[in-house]
Design a protein around this ligand. Structure first.
Ligand code: GLN
Length: 238
């Protein structure tokens, strides 16, 4: 069993929201904790089960419209995620999971569906699918390298004053307003798949740093960096 000081990583609803390799985000966090000797415990919470309130990092992934609506209903009723974030837990919410975090999002016919109200955002359904490479320069407050990834969504997301854009879009669609994702406190929302943390290990380390509460030992990320540079070069040469 992990010790009390283990970082508890909670992956929410892999049975509903894991359409785009979202497990990769969990694997990257586990691997980066393990490589540093940081004890961790991973908890996969299926949608029939209660969301534990005692996690340190919560992950929620992308998915199709109907599972997304079901996930929002269940999380609203469950309340565990709300209590965890009220305690200051960190979170990465991707695409469908990102949209769910706001006040409303667009259902399969574009109808407004009630979200969790955990981020000051609202999403609707746009007229064009955002699909392809997404490259974005991160808000300087977060001090992260350029994000790269893949997006595939119909959603258009408006940010309210309670959140800041995660990054400014260089290539791709993101929120649909020239920015990509958002952040507030220790919560990051993004349209990046790829999975996001495999493509952007510095983002994984930001979540781990928030969870551990101190700086982390550096790791050799030359292979990740080579992939990132390859994508940046490919996008720039289009
Ligand atoms: N169903 C949502 C949309 O199309 C989210 C899709 C996703 O998670 N990739 O906007």
């Amino acid at each position: 069993m992990p010790s009390d000081s283990a970082v508890r990583i909670v992956w929410i609803y892999p049975d509903l929201l894991s359409t785009y390799g979202d497990q990769g985000n969990l694997l990257v966090l586990e691997q980066r904790a393990a490589r540093r000797g940081i004890p961790f415990e991973s908890i996969r919470v299926r949608s029939a089960d209660p969301v534990p309130e005692t996690g340190d990092i919560y992950l929620i992934g992308g998915g199709e419209d109907r599972p997304q609506i079901l996930a929002a209903e269940r999380l609203r009723k469950d309340g565990g995620l709300h209590r965890a974030l009220a305690r200051g837990a960190a979170m990465l919410a991707v695409c469908a999971g990102y949209q769910i975090m706001g006040s409303t999002f667009g259902g399969e016919e574009g109808q407004p569906v009630q979200g969790l109200g955990l981020l000051d955002i609202s999403s609707g359904r746009g007229s064009v699918r955002g699909v392809g490479e997404l490259v974005a320069e991160v808000d300087s407050a977060l001090n992260l390298p350029t994000l790269t990834g893949f997006e595939n969504h119909m959603g258009v997301t408006r940010l309210g004053p309670g959140v800041k854009p995660l990054a400014k879009v260089v290539t791709g669609v993101g929120n649909g307003d020239g920015f990509e994702g958002c952040h507030a406190g220790h919560v990051v929302g993004t349209y990046l798949h790829g999975p996001a943390l495999a493509r952007n290990p510095a983002l994984a380390d930001l979540l781990l740093r928030w969870a551990v509460g101190s700086e982390l030992a550096p790791l050799d990320d030359s292979r990740y960096e080579a992939l990132r540079q390859e994508r940046l070069t490919a996008v720039a040469s289009r």
